[in-house]
Design a protein around this ligand. Structure first.
Ligand code: ATP
Length: 281
């Protein structure tokens, strides 16, 4: 099926959407902690969005809600305009740990989705082949996960997710367990994957540099309780060059934006008065 793509900055109708999303967790003393407060976010098909913010600002929580893996306390998530109450095979989540099946080879891990869903058809083997080439694992197709490097494992997980032809990949700090050099290679990899396939990507990261290099749009969460404090167009080619003045300038601006919220780490969890009282217990 041909994928719809949108020119940069011309967002189409939302593919996934958070509508007035508020999330309250129960703290250790039974108090309510508001992690996200009234978040409105629309992400169109074909976008590459990074969710950035200090630790505890609710990035993972928002990602899970966008994928239907978690329900908010108030508000809701929509997928193609319809309420999302449970995960769908169209929105696939990728975690820091790739969670591959250790008893299956790379190729079989990648083919797992189509096999399980009964969608392994005549063209599927060729498509898996193509995917293995795309992620640079063609030569390693017969290896088992324990025979792979961290980056290869993460690329297998990404290929496995893409094999099910999802509409969006939701990536939760997928490279944070990798060393600096590998992490940079994976950033280039995921960016080029997006440039060639235009699969919608929403990626959580702590790293301003990673967000600038990878994404077309950076949504910054911060404050207490956490809200969207910036929604930045990062599509300029100058921002894909870490040595350009524009990159350094934007990096500084984002640092200044995020730093004030870093104090909130840890006990980012004031019982939030009015909003908390509105939560269903
Ligand atoms: N299941 C839970 N129960 C209680 N509190 C939770 C739960 N999950 C998250 N929280 C709290 O909600 C807040 C947001 O957490 P979340 O993991 O979404 O933030 P984050 O920005 O992804 O953090 P990090 O960058 O450290 O992974 C944090 O204060 C966290 O402690």
């Amino acid at each position: 099926m041909a994928r719809m793509t949108f020119p940069v900055n011309e967002r189409g109708p939302p593919l996934v959407e958070a509508s007035r999303v508020t999330v309250a967790y129960e703290g250790s003393k039974g108090e309510q902690i508001v992690a996200l407060d009234g978040i409105d976010l629309k992400i169109a098909a074909g976008e590459f969005v990074c969710l950035l913010g200090p630790s505890g600002s609710g990035k993972t929580t928002l990602l899970k809600i966008l994928g239907g893996f978690q329900l908010p306390s108030l508000g809701g998530a929509l997928y193609r305009g319809k309420q999302l109450a449970a995960p769908t095979s169209q929105l696939v989540m990728i975690f820091q740990e790739p969670n591959l099946f250790p008893w299956l080879t790379v190729e079989r891990n990648v083919a797992f989705g189509p096999r399980m869903s009964g969608r392994y058809r005549a063209g599927t083997a060729a498509r898996i082949d193509d995917l293995l080439m795309t992620v640079g694992l063609h030569e390693a197709r017969a290896r088992y996960p324990h025979q792979l490097s961290g980056g290869m494992r993460q690329r297998t997980a990404i290929a496995r997710a893409l094999a099910t032809e999802p509409e969006a990949l939701l990536l939760d700090e997928p490279f944070s367990a990798l060393d600096v050099a590998l992490r940079r290679r994976m950033q280039r990899f995921v960016r080029s994957l997006w440039e060639t396939r235009r699969t919608t990507m929403v990626m959580v990261t702590h790293s301003i540099e990673e967000a600038l290099l990878c994404a077309e749009r950076i949504v910054v969460l911060g404050g207490r309780p956490s809200r969207i404090v910036e929604d930045l167009d990062a599509s300029s080619p100058a921002l894909k060059d870490r040595y350009s003045p524009a990159f350094a300038d934007t990096q500084r601006k984002l640092e200044a934006l995020i730093d004030p919220f870093e104090d909130d780490i840890g006990d980012a969890q004031e019982p939030a008065g009015a909003v908390a009282r509105a939560m269903p217990r």
